[in-house]
Design a protein around this ligand. Sequence first.
Ligand code: SF4
Length: 339
Amino acid sequence: MKQPLFGLTLEELAAIARSLDMPAFSARQMAGWLYARRVGSIDEMTNLSKKARFLLNEQYEPGISQPVKVQVSADGTKKYLFSTGSGKFVETAMIPEEERITVCVSSQVGCKMGCLFCMTGKQGFQGQLTAGEILNQVRSIEEAGRVTNIVYMGMGEPFDNLPEVLKSLEILSAPWGYAMSPRRITVSTIGIIPGMITFLEQSEAHLAVSLHSPFDEERKMLMPVQVAYPVTEVVREIRKWDFSRQRRVSFEYIVFRNLNDTDRHVRELARLLNGLSCRINLIRFHPIPGTPLKGTDDHTLQQFKDKLNERGILTTIRASRGQDIYAACGLLSTKELSS
Ligand code: SF4
């Protein structure tokens, strides 16, 4: 089977160039064709010699794949479905706003973290994505070339696939890759502390942490990861890093009716995050099959936000987008798996 070139770092392309007796500078040429110029075949890499292209074609392929399905929401949000082979699928969301186009990428097929509120978690873990498969979700959508922001908030836990996620981040921000500012990239985690530390050391992208409850027992019920990595320890680690300048940390908080939307939660959140330069993003919950959880009403949500802001925690409500097309992560691929 031919190996994909897309998703390889400059160093890896240089190793291929050496193995095929190509000049050293051809690694940069290949990277330029793959990332900046987005070619779909090796034959289009016209500044490589004919012999080099022939040798490359024998063992390698670009490794690009087109979406198998696209759904467009009434509000312009799109959900792309990519096949990763063997009947497995990952989802990518494209969210257009006035001055930006944000792509939400998946980092794994399914997920092993088992969060109670998540459709992807219900699928279970089905495999890791390579850096190429992560980046292909940005490269092969109709909006490719116009994407301004990338969030790793799709299927999977990015820090459970750390090497490939770090590789994809390197390619996104390297001058020989997409030359994208890491300040336009956000990686979201449920709080896998060792992976988070490595990410903070090796990347300059923003960090988002799924919080959902400041209370131990409640968070354990919602997110089993709380057993291994309690959120108090996650926040303790985050306090060691400087988020007061260009790099930001935010906390995602899905608001469930009569569960985590009380004054007790406001007080505990304010205590937990006291003095930390951060933001809370409140997220409306849209019911998924097989869970008793319900979303809170708009009035309570607004009050919850105001109370947190009054206590000095910068808090916003994230706009719900694409509800009519199953934009909540995991719904479309689950539908595809069962069809
Ligand atoms: S919320 Fe994220 S970490 Fe939790 S099960 Fe879903 S995809 Fe996995």
